[in-house]
Ligand binder design. Structure first.
Ligand code: HEM
Ligand SMILES: *[C@@H]1O[C@H](CO)[C@@H](O)[C@H](O)[C@H]1NC(C)=O
Ligand SMILES: *[C@@H]1O[C@H](CO)[C@@H](O)[C@H](O)[C@H]1NC(C)=O
Length: 520
């Protein structure tokens, strides 16, 4: 009897020890290299608070950035994956730009050979699929295409004015975060899917719900993510994106493409553009991953099949709406607290519109220089994407050291940390648009201001995001003033459950008041 108990106990102890060893197997990585870091705990690494939703991912890295203020880089363990948090602008330039080939992967979510359909989007895909897609899609984000899309933006901006007018008339406070999200979602619906989504008037629109759902991590998503990191091979059946999100998107996009017989419908929207790109046949180019015996790259060929197309529409939706509305609403929040800047924006908008027949257009928006400065400063204080991520794909020696990092190690740039570092931006908490005055902007080190990232994997939609946000702000401010309301918090609280894009708890409530009679 005693022997049985003893035997069982031994088994339990051995199992516990093995589990412990498995959950801590990488934890000497940074210590061995003399890189400073917080003490990791089994399985969670240094990311426990992040997984328990006690702090947002962006704030976690921001904290690391601030805590180790004398270091050029800091160690971190995302579960058991070693992560290097870069603090030094020179190193950021090396790893993300000059030596990009060593860090061409993003590894936002660990992926296997056959990624789930929605992960084949340009943001999360890797290797040759990324390289060939990026090449092909770059042709779709030209100035010409942007100008062609502009009437769609303007139409939505005008609708935004009408909806805001109703809210202003009722005197109730308005959550500008939600208002701007409905504007951008509406635009993405019109431009990305070619359908009139009417999110602006309809509160419970399916699109807006889908837009919100993509970025919120539910318990189900958190558990799937943790398990996919811990035991990837057993979790291939489970997808990061819940069936609700995946099924709705796949079905919607396939229906639209089938309606168009897989040909350009003449609407000149994003789906047409993708169908044109598909029409060019297989994507062919030099491989990022494979080389011939003589060291030159092999050629790679990938089909733009339905899954690839659906993933790009999904991306347009995910990358284009929440990012832009997060920063434009935050800019409104700051303008509400700085009436002097708000008035100057409005005077500028009035003057520019007067020169342009009172019409918003690509050219008129580009003349709104002060608005642009306010928006740039808004993105500094509240970057919608609080951190950048890359993954090492071949051994790399960190310049200025003899330290080698291995494939699989993740690289993080705390955009928030840099943007709020007094070294680069004196009195970083203060909203000062003059930092971005043309006379001052050249003094900013461009590797310390990264709202759209940098290098070959920087945001492909930067100008679209910029122009769309400015148009929305101009439309709103030309007719309304914004001011803090009773429930406005001066410093909004970041929602730790929302991944990727920084989001605030309870939205951004403000009071809107009409400036002049709204034209009937
Ligand atoms: C104000 C709005 C936007 C902001 C602040 C923003 C920000 C960013 C950031 C920070 C990244 C990561 C860059 C890096 O890792 O270096 C990114 C990537 C990306 N963004 Fe945007 N974005 C915005 C709008 C858009 C729009 C409208 C699109 C349209 C499709 C878009 C498409 C993408 C894509 C495809 C990537 C991944 C690029 C790649 O990995 O090759 N973004 N964005
Ligand atoms: C999603 O689609 C799959 C396959 O088409 C189906 O088996 C599953 O039941 C769907 N799930 C939901 C929640 O609609
Ligand atoms: C440049 O920045 C300084 C310091 O913030 C400010 O005093 C100055 O007015 C700015 N220049 C312009 C032209 O706005």
């Amino acid at each position: 009897m005693l022997w049985i108990i003893f035997g069982l106990l031994t088994v339990v102890v051995v199992v516990v020890v093995l589990i412990y060893l498995y959950g801590t197997r990488t934890f000497s990585y940074w210590a061995k290299r003399g890189v400073r870091h917080d003490a990791p705990i089994p399985f969670f690494g240094t990311a426990k608070r992040q997984f328990l939703h006690q702090i947002s991912v962006a704030d976690m890295y921001h904290e690391m950035y601030q805590k180790y203020s004398s270091e050029k880089f800091v160690g971190y363990y995302l579960m058991t994956t070693p992560v290097l948090v870069l603090r030094d602008p020179e190193l950021i330039k090396c790893l993300l730009v000059s030596d990009f080939n060593y860090f061409s992967a993003r590894n936002m979510l660990p992926m296997d050979e056959h990624p789930e359909p929605l992960l084949k989007n340009l943001f999360s895909c890797e290797g040759d699929l990324w390289k060939l897609l990026r090449q092909r899609m770059t042709s779709a984000f030209t100035t010409g295409k942007l100008k062609a899309m502009f009437p769609l933006i303007v139409a939505r901006a005008e609708k935004l004015q009408r909806v805001a007018g109703e809210a202003a008339a009722s005197g109730a406070e308005v959550d500008v975060r939600d208002l701007m999200a409905r504007y951008t979602t509406d635009f993405i619906g019109a431009c990305g899917f070619g359908i009139d989504t009417d999110t602006l008037s309809d509160n419970n629109n399916m699109f807006r719900k889908l837009g919100k759902r993509i970025f919120v991590q539910t318990k189900r998503d958190a558990i799937v993510t943790i398990l996919k990191y811990a035991i990837p091979s057993l979790m291939t059946r489970f997808h990061f994106f819940s069936p609700e999100v995946e099924n709705v998107t796949v079905k919607l996009v396939k229906t639209i493409m089938a309606e168009r017989n897989y040909k350009n419908s003449g609407k000149n929207d994003y789906i047409d553009m993708l169908l044109d790109l598909k029409g060019k046949g297989k994507m062919i180019g030099e491989s990022l991953m494979h080389t011939k015996a003589d060291g030159t790259p092999c050629m790679a060929e990938i089909e733009m099949d339905d899954e690839v197309l659906v993933a790009q529409v999904f991306l347009f939706f995910a990358a284009g709406s929440e990012t832009s509305s997060a920063v434009s609403s935050y800019t409104l929040h700051e303008l509400a607290h700085h009436p002097e800047h708000r008035r100057r924006c409005q005077e500028e908008i009035d003057a520019v519109l007067a020169r342009h027949d009172n019409k918003l257009s690509y050219d008129s928006v580009r003349e709104m220089k002060f608005l642009d400065m306010c928006f740039s400063e808004g993105m500094r204080l509240f970057p919608s994407v609080g951190f950048l991520q890359r993954m090492c794909v071949k051994p790399y020696i960190i310049p200025g050291t003899d330290m080698t990092i291995d494939p699989g190690v993740n690289i993080i740039v705390s955009v928030k940390g840099l943007h709020l570092d007094p070294q680069y931006f004196p009195d970083p908490e203060e909203f000062r648009p003059e930092r971005f005055h043309p006379d001052n902007v050249s003094a900013i080190n461009k590797y310390t201001y990264l709202p759209f990232g940098t290098g070959p994997r920087a945001c492909i939609g930067e100008r679209l995001g910029y122009m769309q946000s400015l148009a929305g702000l101009a439309a709103l401010l030309s007719q309304f003033s914004v001011a803090p309301s009773i429930s406005t918090l001066r410093k909004p609280i970041i929602d730790p459950k929302v991944l990727g894009v920084q989001s605030v708890k309870g939205g951004l409530p403000l009071t809107l008041t009409a400036r002049k009679k709204i034209k009937a």
